[in-house]
Design a protein around this ligand. Structure first.
Ligand code: HEC
Length: 154
């Protein structure tokens, strides 16, 4: 049982690495798809932490740390995926708001907040189920504050 959880976490890590390489390769050609993919990865990682915090899935320190690392990795370089001319976010549910281009400093501040919150949580990654909630909250509040100002719902 324990072995399979660890194997699962490692498998996920390998898949995420492959995903990161693919994302980098397509970022230059298609920044909209790349940044949406990045947010989907961040969302999946956050979902793991949410379910662990609610004890819907068993606590696993490796998976919790991995989830925080996915979020931290996504926050690095995320700002590069909004070049001029990529304002049209396509016809999906969410898209990038115009404030990203009119208030770039504000947007960069939100990215830095996500980077810092995840890096701080990684100084002492959760070692018990009880510690997942506080780590999740500090990262999660940045999701809402950035989305409020910089994400539009179609
Ligand atoms: C620095 C700003 C910022 C932060 C921080 C941020 N997001 Fe986002 N998010 C965006 C923007 C902008 C979009 C729309 C991207 C686009 O359409 O190009 C988005 C889109 C999304 C989407 C929709 C993706 C899709 O399918 O189109 C999800 C889900 C999401 N974010 C989850 C999260 C979660 C969870 C967090 C926190 C762990 C988070 N985001 C943190 C800016 C941010």
């Amino acid at each position: 049982m324990k072995r399979s959880v660890v194997a699962g976490a490692l498998g996920a890590a390998i898949i995420m690495c492959a995903g990161a390489i693919a994302t980098t390769a397509m970022a230059a050609d298609d920044p909209i798809t790349a940044r949406k993919t990045m947010m989907k990865n961040v969302n999946a990682a956050t979902g793991v932490l949410v379910r662990m915090a609610k004890a819907e899935i068993e606590f696993n320190a490796i998976s919790a740390e991995l989830a925080l690392r996915v979020i931290n990795t996504a926050s690095q370089g995320y700002g590069e995926l909004f070049p001029d001319g990529s304002e049209d976010g396509g016809q999906t549910e969410f898209r990038a708001g115009p404030a990203i281009w009119s208030n770039r400093d504000g947007f960069n501040t939100e990215i830095a907040k996500l980077q810092n919150a995840s890096a701080e949580a990684l100084v002492n990654p959760p070692t018990t189920q009880e510690e997942v909630g506080p780590a999740l909250n500090s990262v999660g509040q940045v999701c809402s504050s950035c989305h409020e100002g910089f994400r539009l719902k179609n």
